[in-house]
Design a protein around this ligand. Structure first.
Ligand code: NAD
Ligand code: USQ
Length: 405
């Protein structure tokens, strides 16, 4: 297949590009390198020494003999370039990662809130509109988030996108009064976003539903949990291919932050009580799930296919305790800079990927390797001043700075 990877220079996009290229697909990376510019703006850097996109692609060619193309296109701004790419390169599938993905960054200021909405909503709208205008039967695979559901449980496992409901109707199909009777329906699971970033994924979801209905676009929306880990089989083939590792207070996600904090002797920053339960997936499983999703497209005219892309759920304080034990680190409860439930249960269905052959990498197997192979190896590149989470959800919140630091 000819596959365009939008956001292919990012944390999930780069290993996905190599994985699909290694499988023999013809891959073109589309990225405006905004994530690298945000690193400069924040004065933060990947813990791992990532190479320029040009050097990455040259190294991949040297190591594998395969060619990956790169096009610098702003998907949210440059509609014509995106349309030309789909038409001229005869794209069969698009994997869409090209969004601002950090919840703390999205909450940092009015400017950041507006940028996140403008960038993410326009990017998705442009992709959908360009696919329709191209007239090509492109399969769109989008990276969405578990966060569209909120993180609660309503006495049932969170289903894969759709909720079965039963209503008591008092009209017949023609709208005439009738004896009350039960009618079954499926609706999109009610949304409950926890940040402006998560809100953009909710808006995406409605755009997908509309374009699938009106234009019969083939769309798969992957509701992914928090990704942990760094390398995949392909990015581990040569140090020049290494994946990015974010640890700063805006872009670093919880498990990778704890791994890095343990490696540099910084207390593990548990926000609040650490009673927040979240869904997780290893980066190796992310790339495999995308392969599986590409191999199992919906049929034209189907509704959006939604898969929950996660393999296990954990409470934040349990993760901290686990890492403290294996890496001999200290845990410190810090003020929670976010406006979120202090404690929650989370139970999630993920049958589709398991049925389609995903064999999950569990935390228990991979954690120690991440600490020793990655976090400790690159510990001297860490800037401790970038660790605290300082982006506040409301003016009532306080930054997540450990008292002992
Ligand atoms: P990332 O920031 O590392 O990568 C995103 C890439 O998209 C960057 O390279 C950036 O330069 C590019 N990009 C952003 N806006 C663009 C635009 N307008 N035009 C072109 N390129 C643009 O993020 P990531 O962690 O790889 O996440 C990728 C996707 O997966 C996101 O949509 C995110 O919501 C989703 N996701 C990520 C995680 C996670 O834990 N990292 C979990 C669930 C879902
Ligand atoms: N947390 C801590 N200490 C830290 C960092 C985070 O306790 O040092 C807590 C947060 O308060 C939160 C939880 O850990 O309760 C998760 O935070 P996170 O930054 O790891 O994840 P989140 O903001 O939800 O965002 C990440 C990705 C996003 C993706 C989402 C999937 O950045 O792109 O959509 O995970 S999910 O969480 O399932 O919605």
């Amino acid at each position: 297949m000819k596959i365009a990877i939008l956001g292919g220079d990012g944390f999930c996009g780069w290993p996905t590009s190599l994985h699909l290229s290694n499988l023999g697909h013809d891959v073109v990376i589309v990225d405006n390198l905004s994530r690298r510019r945000i690193d400069e703006e924040l004065g933060a850097n990947s813990l791992t020494p990532i190479q320029s996109i040009e050097d990455r692609i040259a190294a991949w060619h040297e190591v594998s003999g395969k060619t990956v193309e790169f096009k610098n296109i702003d998907v949210a701004q440059d509609y014509d370039a995106l349309l030309s790419l789909i038409v001229d390169d005869q794209v069969d599938a698009i994997v869409h990662f090209a969004e601002q993905r950090a919840a703390p960054y999205s909450m940092k200021s009015p400017k950041n809130k507006r940028y996140t909405v403008d960038n993410n909503v326009n990017a998705t709208n442009n992709v959908l509109t360009a696919i329709v205008e191209s007239g090509r039967n492109v399969h769109l695979v989008h990276l969405g988030t578990m966060g569209v559901y909120g993180y609660g449980t309503a006495g049932m496992k969170i289903p894969e996108g759709y909720l079965d409901i039963e209503v008591v109707a008092d009209e017949d199909k023609n709208g005439n009064p009738a004896e009350p009777h039960r009618v079954q329906q499926q609706i999109l699971y009610p949304t409950n976003p926890g940040s402006v970033y998560h809100l953009t994924k909710v808006l995406d979801q409605n755009m997908f539903a509309y374009f699938a209905k009106n234009d019969q676009l083939r769309i798969t929306d992957l509701h992914q949990g928090i990704v942990w880990g760094t390398n995949t089989r392909e990015t581990a083939m040569d140090e020049r291919l290494v994946n990015r590792f974010d640890y700063d207070g805006d872009y670093g996600t919880v498990l990778n932050r704890f791994l890095m904090q343990a490696a540099v002797g910084y207390p593990l920053t548990v926000h609040g009580t650490g009673g927040q339960t979240r869904a997780f997936i290893h980066i190796q499983d992310t790339v495999r799930c995308i392969e599986i999703a590409l191999n199992n497209p919906p049929t034209r005219g189907d509704r959006v296919m939604i898969f929950n892309q996660m393999t296990e759920t954990h409470r934040v304080r349990d993760l901290a305790a686990l890492i403290a034990k294996i890496a001999d680190a200290k845990v410190e409860n810090v003020p929670n800079p976010r406006n979120e439930a202090a404690e929650n249960e989370l139970h999630v269905r993920n049958d589709t990927f398991l049925d389609l052959g995903l064999n999950p990498t569990k935390l228990a197997e991979g954690l120690l390797l991440e600490v020793t192979d990655i976090a400790r190896k690159y510990a001297d590149r860490a800037d401790r001043s970038k660790i605290p989470a300082t982006s506040l959800w409301t003016s009532n919140q306080q930054a997540g700075v450990p008292a002992s630091v």
